[in-house]
Design a protein around this ligand. Structure first.
Ligand code: GPK
Length: 819
């Protein structure tokens, strides 16, 4: 490796020639008339030539070495813009900047031309992206399998404060410069039809699927470039296209349910990402997406395995398949089907392979997020899979009977099939029964998976349920997004920390060094200014960077409690106007969040925050002490300027509800202090940074459960706390919606008469008190700087490199393969 982690010789003249060639031949522009977008596209194409070459070479090496690989199956990969990050991984950032400068182009400006590939909703999709980055950085052989959605997560704008959704055509007209289509990898996927019995040549009774239609899966590869090495792994995204349907005359009209579905439907399969986060919508087209994704991916895994000269019997030894949540669960019966029906294996042989190939990550305990599919729907769309699921369940129930003889209660609870007016297939149960490892995503969450969600499974399969605490990639989330801090870190601990985040602990000894504190805080100030400039340019709101920047960015969800944050803001508003003795350091509350389009209360909360912002930001009486900003269209590229600019990070979910959180880690690495509940990974962050360097408040998991069991009454808090009452009552007036009283009342209604399902009122007082503590401590800039530095220094556990090593060592048994 040469300077800047550069992995190969950079030939400037050749690179410039490649850019100009793409400018003219690919984009039909001339050097004289090219737009910045033309230049960005041409530069992207020239860079992709390098990465595609490395991708093919990596593929060949891994096949010839018969290396064991992980296949990461996920319906979401929220990768964010690739160009800047890939330049860093390739070690070419400075060289390319200089080369483009000579062509009269500014690299930073060109990078702004890139649209975010928003192929995910939130934490789950972003985790998959960080994991791919860490797999490649550490050269653990991997393929990411996802869907090539035509439209990513919707684009959000606000009209009179309300969320409006628009389609996100992320590839533009020209396509995305980094992707490469792989026509030779096309797969054919079957749907609908029926199952028939037949006797094979050897006289065995067999069953086979006679599909009603087929569609085509086209593979698009995006390069996952290893940081500072020459390994490039594919993120393989499947696009669905319709192909000629089967000869319908072969089928008996009566059992051909799917015949009614027009072939057109195929074109819709990968049209759009479902915009739900932590919520199962149960739409038939979503099941079709899931099956399409799994069928293409399983077929491609088998193709790779066999093409490398391996025997099908050795599949589990050479390939492992990680299921990112239950979304790709149908891959399990799909692999069983292929092994039994196509490879003619016995059930036991196929089961032996499957149950040692798949592992499953659980990302939530929320009941509304646990996927179930009606038996009728699976029966219609995937009849052979339904048979296989029944057989898995039948055999599993025999096992349950052995452990708990005659106990129908436990059978009902564990069964993959949920009985009721309409029988449902529980995908999480299918996963736990059929995989060799099940992990939660933070220590607390994994304990709750064992204790509350799957206690009997934990008894039945000792050791199967385990933990891998989430992490985030320090390349994107420190080095790329925070160049000022990165330079400072490198100066103190050397420049190999992005690949070895343990090194960052070397900052700890500078926490009390005043000169260092000042430089650290100067970087923070620049980052706040960068954000303030963005907000001023895009929203016309002026911010003072001396104020505390207090940020909550994540999907909008009741359990994440943006409305608790709002109530605190309302309490400050009330006190500034009504209590002459009340003093506070100026504070800017910044939000970024998309609400699922069908989630009414979440949209009401966005509206309320926007309306409060409108009033507060223009209210002279507040003396500029309080500002509220709701950034529209929150996405990865905005996250990159928000995390580095935060003083305070809001991680305030009801204890027991946030499986891990990953934004919490990004904030802390970039020197924001956390205000948070004892939930998800906050618990482990507190262990790392120490109680003095994090602001913990609120009920603990067991206290939440106890309060609920006793019968929680939000009115008790309402009557007892006049500040809370004042804040809630503001929602009933027209203070923020002049002439329209009651426009914000739905939130108050939900918290009082709706029973306050996430205990916002119960945690309010402690939250307010803890914010007062933050206010006091911020005034002492030296102490604050010390705490912020310690947050950066003590975050190495939360590198996704460590998460991936945990998976590789404890679950996948995977070794790196160096190029
Ligand atoms: C969990 F179940 C889900 C889901 O549908 N979407 C999603 O983003 C998140 N998640 C959790 O809510 C976070 O706590 C967690 O950090 C993240 O997944 C990654 O594990």
């Amino acid at each position: 490796m040469s300077k800047n982690g550069q992995t190969q010789q950079f030939d400037k003249a050749a690179f410039q020639a490649a850019v100009e060639k793409h400018l003219t031949t690919t984009y039909a522009a001339t050097v004289e008339n090219a737009t910045p977008r033309n230049w960005y596209m041409a530069m992207g194409k020239a860079l992709a030539e390098i990465s595609t070459g490395n991708l093919l070479a990596t593929e060949q090496q891994l096949a010839s070495e018969k290396a064991r690989s992980v296949n990461y199956l996920s319906l979401e990969f929220l990768i964010g813009r690739l160009t800047g990050n890939n330049l860093i991984s390739m070690g070419l950032y400075e060289d390319v900047a200089a080369a483009m400068e000579e062509l009269g182009q500014n690299l930073t400006d060109l990078l702004e031309e890139e649209r975010d590939p928003a192929l995910g909703n939130g934490g789950l999709g972003r985790l998959a992206a960080c994991f791919m980055d860490s797999l490649a950085a550490q050269e653990y052989p991997a393929v990411g399998y996802g869907l090539h959605y035509e439209y990513g997560l919707f684009r959000q704008s606000f009209v009179d404060g309300r969320q409006v959704e628009a389609p996100d055509a992320w590839r533009g007209i020209e396509g995305y410069p980094w992707e490469v289509v792989r026509p030779e990898l096309t797969q054919h996927v079957s749907l609908y039809g029926h199952v028939e019995a037949y006797v094979d040549d050897a006289g065995n009774n067999c069953r086979r699927w006679v599909p009603g239609m087929t569609v085509e899966g086209i593979a698009w590869d995006l390069p996952i470039v290893g940081y500072g090495n020459n390994s490039v792994y594919p993120l393989r995204l499947w696009e669905c296209r319709s192909s000629a349907p089967f000869n319908l005359s072969r089928f008996n009209d009566g059992d051909y349910v799917g015949a009614q579905y027009p072939a057109l439907e195929a074109g819709n399969v990968t049209k759009v990402l479902y915009p739900n986060d932590n919520h199962d919508q149960g739409k038939a087209l979503r099941l079709m997406q899931q099956y399409f994704h799994c069928a293409c991916s399983v077929a491609d895994i088998l193709r790779r395995h066999l093409a490398a000269g391996n025997k099908i019997e050795d599949l589990a030894a050479l390939e492992t398949i990680q299921l990112n949540d239950t979304h790709p669960t149908i891959a399990i019966p799909e692999l069983m089907r292929v092994l039994i029906d196509d490879f003619k294996m016995s059930w036991d042989q196929a089961w032996e392979i499957c149950s040692h190939t798949f592992a499953y990550t659980n990302h939530t305990l929320l009941p509304e997020a646990l996927e179930t599919w009606s038996e009728a729907l699976i029966q219609q769309m995937l009849p052979r899979h339904m048979e296989i699921i029944f057989e898995i369940n039948h055999r599993f129930m025999l096992q349950v009977e052995k452990t708990w003889p005659g106990n129908n209660e436990v059978k009902r609870k564990l069964s993959i099939i949920q009985e009721g007016p309409q029988r449902m297939v529980r995908m999480a149960n299918l996963c736990v029964v059929s995989t060799y490892a099940v992990n939660g995503v933070a220590a607390l969450h994994s304990e709750l998976v064992k204790r509350d969600l799957f206690p009997e499974f934990n008894e039945l399969f000792p050791g199967r349920l385990t933990n891998v605490t989430n992490g985030v990639t320090p390349r994107r989330w420190i080095k790329y997004c925070n160049p000022g801090l990165s330079a400072l870190i490198s100066e103190k601990v050397g420049d190999d920390w992005p690949a070895h985040l343990e090194k960052i602990a070397g900052l700890e000894k500078f926490a009390d060094d005043e000169a260092f504190q000042q430089r650290y805080m100067a970087v923070k100030k620049e980052n706040k200014q960068r954000l303030a400039d963005w907000i001023n340019e895009n929203m016309g709101i002026e911010l003072d960077t001396n104020a505390i920047f207090d940020i909550q960015i994540k999907r909008l969800h009741e359990y994440k409690r943006q409305h608790l944050n709002l109530l605190h803001i309302l309490s400050l508003y009330h006190r500034l106007l009504n209590d002459p003795t009340f003093d506070m350091h100026p504070r800017v509350f910044i939000f970024g969040a998309k609400a699922a389009p069908g989630y009414a209360l979440a949209k009401d909360i966005i509206f309320a925050i926007n309306k409060v912002a409108e009033k507060v930001n223009n209210d002279e009486r507040l003396g500029g002490k309080l500002k509220v900003v709701f950034i529209p269209d929150y996405r990865v590229s905005l996250a990159e300027i928000l995390f580095p600019a935060a003083d305070v990070s809001e991680q305030i979910s009801t204890a027991g509800k946030e499986a891990s959180g990953t934004g919490n880690m990004k904030f802390a690495m970039n020197g924001a202090l956390t205000i948070g509940t004892m939930d998800g990974a906050n618990v482990e962050m507190r262990e790392e940074v120490g109680d003095d360097n994090i602001f913990i408040f609120g009920l603990l998991v067991d206290e939440v459960q106890k309060l609920k069991n006793e019968g929680y009454d939000p009115y008790r808090y309402y009557h007892a706390d006049s500040l809370l009452r004042a804040a809630l009552e503001l929602l009933n007036t027209d203070e923020f919606t002049p002439g329209h009283p009651g426009q914000l009342a739905a939130i108050r209604q939900n918290l009082l008469d709706g029973g306050d399902p996430y205990l916002v009122l119960a945690d309010f007082a402690d939250y307010v008190k803890t914010h007062e503590e933050i206010d006091a401590q911020y005034r002492d800039q030296k102490t604050w700087a010390r705490k912020a530095i310690l947050n950066t220094a003590l975050m190495s556990k939360f590198s996704s490199d460590r998460s991936i090593r945990d998976y590789a060592n404890n679950i996948w048994k995977l070794e790196p393969v160096k190029r």
